[in-house]
Design a protein around this ligand. Structure first.
Ligand code: ADP
Length: 323
């Protein structure tokens, strides 16, 4: 390996920059050059890249977003386009590719490896934490902390006024952000796409706590819940309890902001290990977190298994602790 490429793909996530920095600086130590493709697979297809050296990635560890830009690139679903991209990589002397993104991005990376023989390594970068084979993806911790900040602020006004708040957090198909935010934020209830049916339990539980004199109720709702996110869930619960309520949608605020220590650490270890794997000739791996450590996971297993199941222990805990 003489020259590697790196790109960020799919949704952006805080900590992606820390991963780019770690990858570039590890490559330098190993005598390997690194280029950064712009805007995900779209830059790979266009052959649009910038040379990255140690100085190019200075002062970015603390910045949210991604200095390389990211995008969705539907053309990359076409195998002819992938072959073209691989060919261009060869002409530019680029031997391997690190892809930071979610499971969709990894499908693209694996196809590139299987069809065109490009050496690839994946780093899970998505606020949704919905990638199989890792306990945490880059950006998840920051997104949950951003949601927590909003919840703590809503608690103050909720306690003063007796208002009920429905807080919508991100997660189109995954309730991971909602569950973690609900438990850590001490929410009165949580509604996630994987367990929509439990909405009746939430109503019952809040009725009990109201009877005990609880004034302030925060219900965390994942945007992808089948009722239509918080605007869909709020009238159902609000009507059942006959209480005034407000809906707060946190939306893209959860994507931005300075990455937390955890995200910087996970990204730094992952970026370094992805380069080390490729340089040692190990391809088709993802650097995941298991048992609190960064480990190499088979990328094919990640893609094959799809989204991990919802953490039912956390769901139970959220219900159990509302009182
Ligand atoms: P994420 O990586 O966060 O899951 P997406 O699912 O939007 O986000 O995927 C990001 C990009 O990865 C897509 O825009 C596309 O370029 C590429 N991609 C996704 N699925 C595939 C696939 N099955 N084959 C090839 N490329 C894919």
């Amino acid at each position: 390996m003489k020259r590697l490429g790196i790109l960020t793909s799919g949704g952006d996530a805080p900590g992606m920059n820390a991963a780019i920095r770690a990858a570039v600086r590890t490559a330098t130590r190993l005598g390997v050059q690194m280029v950064g493709y712009l805007d995900g697979y779209s830059g790979l297809v266009r052959g649009a890249f910038v040379e990255l050296d140690d100085r190019a990635v200075g002062n970015i560890i603390q910045r949210g977003g991604t200095i390389l830009g990211t995008s969705r690139c539907p053309e990359f679903l076409d195998s002819e386009v992938r072959a073209q991209a691989a060919n261009q990589m060869k002409l530019d002397g680029i031997d391997g590719l690190i892809v930071i993104g979610g499971d969709g991005s990894f499908r693209g990376a694996l196809a590139l490896q299987d069809e065109c023989g490009v050496a690839v390594a994946g780093l899970p970068g998505t606020i949704d934490n919905d990638v199989w084979g890792t306990e945490e993806s880059i950006g998840f911790d920051t997104a949950v902390n951003t949601a927590l900040l909003a919840i703590d602020q809503l608690r103050d006004t909720g306690e003063s006024t007796g208002m009920m708040f429905f807080v919508e957090v991100m997660g189109r198909t995954s309730g991971a952000i909602a569950l973690h935010t609900a438990v850590a934020g001490g929410a009165a209830g949580v509604v996630v796409p994987e367990a929509h049916a439990e909405i009746d339990l939430v109503i019952e539980r809040i009725r009990e706590t109201m009877a005990k004199g609880k004034r302030s109720h925060i219900i965390v709702v994942a945007e992808g819940d089948e009722a239509g996110g918080a605007f869909g869930v709020a009238p159902i619960i609000g009507k059942a309890l006959d209480r005034p309520y407000r809906v707060v949608v946190l939306g893209h605020t959860q994507r931005g902001g300075r990455p937390t220590m955890r995200d910087r650490l996970v990204a730094s270890e992952g970026g370094a290990m992805a380069v080390e794997a490729l340089v040692a000739g190990r391809t088709g791996v993802m650097i995941g977190r298991q048992g609190g450590r960064s480990v190499e996971v088979n990328l094919r297993d990640v893609v094959k298994n799809g989204h991990p199941p919802v953490n039912t222990d956390l769901l139970r805990l959220a219900q159990q602790l509302s009182g």
